[in-house]
Ligand binder design. Structure first.
Ligand SMILES: Cc1cc2nc3c(=O)[nH]c(=O)nc-3n(C[C@H](O)[C@H](O)[C@H](O)COP(=O)(O)OP(=O)(O)OC[C@H]3O[C@@H](n4cnc5c(N)ncnc54)[C@H](O)[C@@H]3O)c2cc1C
Length: 274
């Protein structure tokens, strides 16, 4: 089967390996080459302990404070509010307790596979040295936060994620450099892991796919066309790539291309394709 993958970020290059495993002929298409987008500059954290959906009553409680804080994590331009309103309403609807619980279970099932999937793929490619399994420590300086963090640890335990609540002394024992600060407590994830450099890693995985026979075309996908049993990608160079399947892995740029095909898209969790 000939498969064209649009986008050579971490999703595109790991998908390429899964398809090569299955014996497909793989073409990666990306105007910027490998790791030109978000995959070159993220925090490199393997998010397998991250099981809480963003849409939650906590987000709504914090919203006014975040919006007032120029350095806060959220800023909304007033003129954009009318356009954003339908999305915000859906976000509010998704924050109901029953939806939140279902979202947590779904995220735990998805992200729970991430570390094992990374370990397996990197070991197969001889790239395990990119993974740093050193644990993960999150700390807070407001003692009133401790009970909420203990509740989070309990929730994570229920989803088989080891998480240990530490008092100030426990945090400093683990990380003496924090002794001079006002740290009140911490959550220690012994199975936490990160990657040394996301750009290096994505390029190494991409190069390994090319070494296994995948092709990289350095051009942008402009047009997707699809019939019942065929598809084609027209590039901005005018070249047309015929394909049996097209995988859209263009990250934040996917929406425009996805809108061109009337067929329903199948979203595949990234951990499932490693
Ligand atoms: C600040 C920040 C920190 C983050 N930290 C973490 C973290 O610690 N852990 C974690 O798991 N995630 C983190 N993320 C999220 C993570 O970076 C992304 O989920 C991931 O990189 C997305 O990979 P991708 O392959 O889908 O997209 P990208 O890496 O963005 O790749 C998309 C590719 O598509 C290409 N493209 C665009 N348009 C076209 C076109 N028309 N034709 C062909 N190609 C096209 C682009 O050039 C790009 O190379 C972070 C994100 C940000 C922004």
């Amino acid at each position: 089967m000939r498969v064209v993958i649009i986008g050579a970020g971490i999703i595109g290059v790991t998908t390429a390996h899964a398809l090569l495993d299955a014996g497909c002929t793989v073409t990666l298409v990306d105007p910027g080459g490998i790791a030109a987008g978000a995959s070159q500059g993220n925090a490199g954290w393997i998010a397998h302990v991250d099981i809480l959906p963003l849409a939650s009553p906590k987000a709504w409680r914090n919203l006014p404070r975040w919006l007032m804080d120029p350095l806060g994590p959220l800023a909304i331009r007033p003129y954009y509010l009318p356009k954003l309103a339908p999305w915000l309403l859906r976000f509010l609807w998704a924050s109901r307790p029953q939806t939140l619980a279902a979202g947590t279970t779904a995220l735990a099932a998805l992200n729970g596979q991430a570390l094992r999937a990374w370990e397996t793929r990197l070991a197969r490619l001889g790239l395990s040295h990119h993974l740093r399994p050193r644990g993960f420590l999150t700390v807070w300086d407001d003692p009133s936060v401790t009970s909420a963090m203990a509740a989070l640890a309990q929730l994570q335990h229920r989803h088989a994620i080891p998480a240990q609540v530490l008092d100030r002394a426990g945090v400093i024992e683990l990380e003496p450099a924090l002794a001079s600060g006002s740290v009140a407590g911490g959550l220690w994830y012994p199975t936490g892991a990160h990657v040394s450099d996301p750009a290096d890693l994505t390029r190494a995985i991409g190069d390994a796919a090319l070494a296994r026979g995948a092709r990289l075309v350095q051009a942008g996908a402009d047009l997707l066309s699809a019939g019942a049993d065929w598809s084609a990608v027209t590039l901005n160079t005018g070249e047309i790539l015929p394909a049996d399947r097209v995988i859209l892995a263009a990250g934040a740029w996917s929406k425009r291309l996805a809108a061109q095909v009337a067929m329903p898209c199948r979203w595949i969790p990234s951990a499932a394709i490693m």
